[in-house]
Design a protein around this ligand. Sequence first.
Ligand SMILES: NC(=O)c1ccc[n+]([C@@H]2O[C@H](COP(=O)([O-])OP(=O)(O)OC[C@H]3O[C@@H](n4cnc5c(N)ncnc54)[C@H](O)[C@@H]3O)[C@@H](O)[C@H]2O)c1
Length: 257
Amino acid sequence: MSKVVESHNKRAIVTGGTRGIGRAIVKELASRSCCGVLFSDVAFVYNSCDECAEELLGEIDYPGIKIHGFKADASSMEQAQATVDAAIEKLGGVDILINNAGITRDNLLLRMTEKDFDDVISANLKSVFNYTKAVIKPMIAQRYGRIVNIASVVGLIGNAGQSNYSASKAGVIGFTKSMARELASRNITVNAVAPGFIQTDMTNKLTEEQVKKLVQNVPMSRLGNPEDVAKVVAFLCSKDADYITGQVIAVDGGMTM
Ligand SMILES: NC(=O)c1ccc[n+]([C@@H]2O[C@H](COP(=O)([O-])OP(=O)(O)OC[C@H]3O[C@@H](n4cnc5c(N)ncnc54)[C@H](O)[C@@H]3O)[C@@H](O)[C@H]2O)c1
């Protein structure tokens, strides 16, 4: 007796995939049993550091998976569409989108420039619109899609000195819930993960004193690591999360409970 189960690798696009949380997500999706099949093929997008992209390609050599890097600015609709088209051509389709690219330009509002505000909204919120718009046609056509947007706890509770960043992340949360409602009937789930303070280049800018103060507000008394976030993202893309949509899952050591 024998049985053949048809399955193919899922195909994922991850923005901001070369560093920190995005890098951990690329590795997690490529290596874990995702979506009821063995691996995900991954296209990652980055806008700087070609060496980081080369290094990441070198680190992932699981047999039978495809990994591609694309250099593009996620805040440009034109570049997002071109990147998604190229990724679909390389991977043969798209099942998963992780909107992870993001920047900070922190300052108190009194000192914040219009450019600081616009740059953060473009990189963190407009990019989510761009990539989501570019993938939903093929996802609707195939009646399957998993979209995970990386928000932040400051999109939930705000933070002095981060009005631009927290506005962008609150926007990501509103966008996530609206897309979840628009796309649920097409078997496309849209969720957000809201990390707390995670040890990456983004938080490495903080002084030791600032970190000490921040950790006082974390019940688990430590910063998170990128893998803590990546595993939740991979879960939301897995078959086990098929009935979860429109949710915001905080990965923050209990900070916002
Ligand atoms: N580190 C934290 O504590 C923390 C907390 C909450 C949320 N987040 C969010 O998690 C995500 C990843 O953060 P991280 O800490 O890994 O940051 P990071 O600075 O280490 O990496 C950011 C990545 O985004 C890419 N990127 C930035 N702007 C881009 C653009 N316009 N086009 C294409 N790529 C772009 C960069 O190339 C890089 O690969 C961000 O959305 C961030 O806001 C981080």
